[in-house]
Write a protein that binds this ligand. Structure first.
Ligand code: IPE
Ligand code: IPE
Ligand code: MG
Length: 231
């Protein structure tokens, strides 16, 4: 691989359902396979020295899917985080969540909060799960919190600038993504990081997420590095 490793890569992990269907499996089996790929990509991110990996796991629009699939997708984070916690501690991985945590079922919320609090002092790699995340939902929550802080005279209208808005986002404290990768062939933003993606490079692959791997991750980085050389 030539060139520099970016600080923050965000992945829209799309194509799990189609991956399952293609193999005569269920969509949920596709999501399970996707969760195994997620494990590998976290390991790969550590190896290549990435600082922040954001994974789009569940959008605010995904609640409209069939109840069984939603239930499976809400059970996965608890299973994944509880199983992987020792590994995260051993490898100095900090878990963050971007999204409306309060809107999650209680068992999911509990697992998420536990993983965030137990890993809070780790600092080799931040794995930021976008869970119950929607860019518009996030911006509405920012507007509400800013208005409430103005009402409480904590800030004034004159204080509002880009930097201040950043501190009200779910991603407060995290750098903006250098690269946003979308697997699964679609080339749309699907309500992901609407504010934070202002300067991000976008990279698409037809590969369904369960088949995504380190080679493709490095290919994305290399191709984006080449775009920058041409500038
Ligand atoms: C995973 O892929 C994204 C999630 C919402 C978890 P999909 O479930 O959207 O799979 P496709 O796009 O239908 O194949
Ligand atoms: C985007 O994929 C959301 C996640 C990867 C979690 P979707 O499959 O939900 O998005 P659309 O429906 O193609 O816009
Ligand atoms: Mg999809």
């Amino acid at each position: 691989m030539e060139g520099t490793i970016p600080t923050h890569i965000a992945i829209m992990m799309d194509g799990n359902g189609r991956w399952g269907k293609q193999r005569g499996l269920t969509r949920s089996q596709g999501h399970y396979a996707g969760s195994k790929t997620m494990e590998n990509i976290i390991k790969d991110s550590l190896e290549i020295g990435l600082k922040v990996l954001t994974l789009y796991a569940f959008s605010t629009e995904n609640w409209t899917r069939p109840p069984k699939e939603v239930q499976y997708l809400m059970d996965l984070p608890a299973k994944f985080l509880n199983t992987k916690l020792p590994d995260f501690m051993e490898n100095d991985i900090k878990i963050c969540i971007s999204g409306d945590i309060e809107g999650l079922p209680s068992h999911t919320k509990k697992a998420v909060k536990k993983a965030v609090s137990e890993t809070k002092n780790n600092n080799k790699l931040i794995v930021n799960f976008a869970l119950n995340y929607g860019g518009r939902h996030e911006l509405i929550s920012v507007v509400k919190k800013i208005l409430s802080d103005i009402q409480d005279t904590k800030i004034t209208i004159e204080n509002i600038d880009e930097q201040l808005v950043n501190t009200y986002l779910y991603t407060s404290g995290l750098p903006e993504p250098d690269i946003i990768i979308r697997t699964g062939g679609e080339q749309r933003i699907s309500n992901f990081l609407l504010w934070q993606s202002s300067k991000s490079e976008l990279w698409f692959t037809d590969t369904y997420f369960p088949d995504f791997n380190k080679k493709l991750l490095l290919q994305a980085i290399e191709e984006v590095n080449k775009r920058k050389i041409k500038e």
